[in-house]
Design a protein around this ligand. Sequence first.
Ligand SMILES: Cc1cc2nc3c(=O)[nH]c(=O)nc-3n(C[C@H](O)[C@H](O)[C@H](O)COP(=O)(O)OP(=O)(O)OC[C@H]3O[C@@H](n4cnc5c(N)ncnc54)[C@H](O)[C@@H]3O)c2cc1C
Length: 382
Amino acid sequence: MIPVIPPLTDEQQAILLTVRDFADREVTPRAAAIDETAQFPWDLVQKMADMGLMGLVFPERYGGAGQSFVLLALVVEELCRACATTGLILDVTITLCGEPILRFGSEAQKQRYLRVLAGGRQLGALAMTEPEAGSDAAGIRSTAVRDGDHYVLNGRKVFCTNGGVADIYVVTAVTDRAAGHRGISDLVVEKGTPGLTFGPPLRKLGITASATCDVLLDDCRVPAANLLGQEGMGFKITMETLDAGRIGIAAQAVGIARAALEAATAYAQQRQQFGQPIASFQAIQFMLADMATAVDAARLLTLCAAHLRDHDIPGARESAMAKCFAGDTAMRVATDAVQVFGGYGYVKEFPVERHLRDAKITQIYEGTQQIQRIVIARSLLK
Ligand SMILES: Cc1cc2nc3c(=O)[nH]c(=O)nc-3n(C[C@H](O)[C@H](O)[C@H](O)COP(=O)(O)OP(=O)(O)OC[C@H]3O[C@@H](n4cnc5c(N)ncnc54)[C@H](O)[C@@H]3O)c2cc1C
């Protein structure tokens, strides 16, 4: 389904311009150092919270801004155009932690968790992937065993974004092994709960300052009231969560691609070879033209998926298409941007090598590109 996306309201335009200005003035100048030092940018998180961005799509009654997913996608694009790590912190908190609580949580859970996420006082995370269960998300082994008013969680989660820095974790665990994927449940686990610990931060190719680590559950007792939805609904909740998350990653990819395109366009006009700007060569012009076309197409797919989510229309296929196309676009555009820069694209004095390293993760997390194609093909062939 290809929806017609209405124009942004005056209020949404104003929010987006404020975010663009913040990204240009406060985030872009810091991005190279954030990448180089891998220091988690707490101060920028605080500023995003002060701007009301950390709960952008949560309803106002839970402390959010009550805005649309379309606006969220555009905001994530602007932030990731400046710094892919900074945008990801907000994106994951909202789409992978806030969304499942908003959609499947009890009123008490929403009141308790969405307010603190929206206020930026605490960050959120999703701990799903395990050493033996990545693409095969139903193959998880972590367990949650009911014990009176509690569940006791055991297992090891890997690659958790916002791991260690977040206070609120949506954790997937098996409550009924015999029921297969219908025996998986999602629970909210708070940092500080005895038995919840974290591995050391992983050192990564890109998004270096994003906190990624193991989440370890060792007889971790969680109140039964922290179960999201019903027992056995966890797989469905997580798949629907990823439909939202993939819109965020698509937006991140568009932001990275746009940054690479803008850098390459500016450089091509300034760099002289053979007595003229390299932008005068048709080979460079065609590369820029293809890059710009792909960026706009990726954004349109992303906004289509976001629009469906805003209207509660099932959009697993559209989210997968957006994430798949935008991730591949980010990788291709960043690679071409390095090419436009020639040797200078390969060194750290210029930003495009960072964009290339940051782009790669958008082809991997929240389901690899191969898994997105499986989702798309299944919906075509069912
Ligand atoms: C930086 C980073 C942050 C992450 N953040 C989070 C997070 O916050 N929470 C979380 O739960 N997880 C997170 N992940 C995990 C991420 O979602 C997984 O790494 C990803 O889904 C792939 O799983 P895997 O690494 O186990 O690869 P595998 O599943 O082992 O896949 C290896 C290769 O096989 C291919 N493959 C697998 N199955 C098939 C198939 N059926 N058909 C065709 N090809 C297939 C894959 O496409 C891939 O190319 C993160 C990962 C990274 C690197």
